[in-house]
Design a protein around this ligand. Structure first.
Ligand SMILES: [Zn+2]
Length: 509
């Protein structure tokens, strides 16, 4: 027994010796889990306090309380803070410099939240954070807040902005506390830009960035916002589509006319609008306007990236309850690499209980165009206008005059607005590789990397004005009721979000 025991001990030590690198890595990951666990539990008062401050940007006096809270919390963690004034509420910049740092990372946080309809929340107030668990009937049942000390990963905190996006703010502050206690120092400088008007579309952000390029100067941008991939696995998102909107109106008689007296005689604007819109797309949902998809080609390398995302197409179709999808791409990830032309609403005459026997005076379609990096928004709008002209229309950017109505058989009015452009960062960019490594270290597997999200986020001013690459690090659960009543944050996601941010702060750049 004894000699055998000795031999196996020696062998064991030999293995440890040879694998000391792996062993210490394992220790690191254990330590990461331990400090994550400890600091997550310690952070619940902070999360509750932050979610208790009303943050609808329509009420600047409430926003001021949020600004002050952020100033106080970042100052506590040895950041200097600067208010960047705008025409309404300020942006807040918090900075922390580190010795021997060669790079500066800009972090974008959103503090404001969507408006609330308190009558539709199943709790005292959207600003009274409530701990809930799902009961046997599948309903969310409130628990005393103090039970959070022994939380389950599937329990959730319900409050406005729990996920979008005060949850990530609390995660980040907690991650800062955790690394400080573990003597981990980032080897890069940190600038945090806090937006208090994101839900209003960040109307003052582009100008503020333009005026403060030196103050905001950084090498890369990371955005702590949004939900993970539907599988709830660690995710990085490398781009987002931009957005432009158009309004298209066609005209019939100057006022609605009796369809008995003038049917077969006065042209119908709803039919004209329908034909115009129908002429823009084929049977399978592809835009037929020449040049609309120019410049976009999905090469083999990109296809590999897109196909690595573990989407379940059958599940997506089931969720939407559609039998067939548009054929712009042959699968979901491919479809969102292209600009879209979407009718988001239409109106002409009256329907339902207000229906009447008339030929309407006009018909209108509201259109949105999601933009990708390859598409110049001005060019796409021009192509749409030219297409309408090619169908025999006089295109105006205002209502036609009587003279114009009498001279032109077909008239359309097109007005438009380009909100912001798309951004997209390469997977093998410095920021991309760095964040991928941080998440791989934290979770022991490759993160899901999404080339482009279909929706739009207003951070293009940073990317274009500061000329820096950006990557989004989403952390929250996808079923969080973002923008709706009963918004919530799953506590397992909260903890893993903190772990993600600790790993990013600890990862050398
Ligand atoms: Zn939002």
């Amino acid at each position: 027994m004894k000699p055998q025991y000795l031999v196996s001990t020696c062998l064991f030590m030999l293995i440890i010796g040879f694998n000391s690198h792996c062993f210490s890595q394992k220790l690191d990951s254990e330590k990461l889990d331990a400090i994550t666990e400890k600091y997550t539990s310690a952070s619940f008062p902070l999360l509750k306090e932050l979610l208790s401050i009303p943050n609808d940007a329509y009420y600047p006096e409430d926003i001021e309380k949020n600004v002050q809270w952020c100033e106080k919390e970042f100052a506590k963690r040895s950041f200097t803070t600067t208010r960047i004034p705008t025409a309404t509420v300020p942006l807040l910049l918090a900075e922390q410099k580190h010795k021997r740092a060669k790079k500066t990372v800009l972090i974008y946080l959103q503090i404001d939240g969507q408006p609330v309809d308190t009558t539709r929340w199943f709790q005292e107030s959207p600003y009274a954070p409530t701990l809930k668990k799902k009961n046997a009937n599948g309903d969310w049942e409130a628990l005393p807040w103090q039970n959070i000390a022994n939380y389950d990963d599937d329990w959730r905190v319900f409050a406005r902005s729990a996920s979008d996006a005060k949850g990530p703010v609390a995660m980040f502050l907690t991650a800062l506390d955790a690394i400080k206690s573990s003597d981990v120092t980032p080897n890069y400088n940190i600038k945090v830009i806090m937006d208090f008007e994101e839900e209003l579309g960040s109307p003052h952000l582009p100008e503020a960035v333009l005026k403060n390029t030196e103050l905001l100067k950084a090498d890369m941008l990371i955005i702590f916002d949004g939900p993970r991939h539907i599988t709830n696995q660690p995710t990085l998102t490398f781009g987002a589509r931009g957005i432009a909107t158009l309004q298209l109106t066609t005209y019939g008689p100057n006022v609605p006319q009796h369809s008995g007296h003038f049917g077969n005689y006065a042209p119908n604007p709803a039919l004209r609008l329908s034909k115009l819109l129908a002429s823009m797309k084929d049977e399978e949902g592809r835009v037929t306007i020449d040049g609309f998809y120019d410049g976009i080609s999905i090469d083999a390398e990109t296809e590999k990236i897109l196909k690595a995302v573990p989407d379940n197409e059958a599940q997506i179709k089931a969720r939407l309850q559609v039998a067939e999808t548009d054929k712009v791409g042959s699968y979901y990830q491919e479809a969102i690499q292209y600009p879209s032309l979407n009718i988001r609403g239409m109106q002409s005459g009256w329907i339902n209980e207000k229906v009447r026997t008339i030929i309407p005076g006009w018909a209108r379609a509201e259109i949105d165009v999601r933009l990708v990096l390859e598409s110049n928004p001005e060019r796409l709008i021009r192509l749409i206008k030219e297409h309408v002209e090619d169908q025999g229309y006089l295109v105006l950017n205002r209502e036609p005059t009587k003279q114009e109505r009498l001279e032109h058989a077909k008239i359309a009015t097109i007005t438009y607005e380009i909100s912001y452009q798309s951004f997209r960062t390469d997977f093998d960019s410095e920021v991309g590789l760095w964040l991928t490594k941080a998440l791989r270290t934290a979770f022991g597997k490759e993160p899901i990397r999404i080339r482009m999200s279909g929706g739009s986020i207003p951070i293009a001013p940073f990317v274009t004005t500061l000329n820096i690459p950006a990557v989004t690090v989403p952390t929250v659960n996808r079923d969080n009721n973002q923008h709706s009543p009963n918004e919530n944050l799953r506590l397992g996601n909260y903890r893993e979000g903190i772990k993600t941010m600790i790993a990013i702060l600890a990862e050398k750049l």
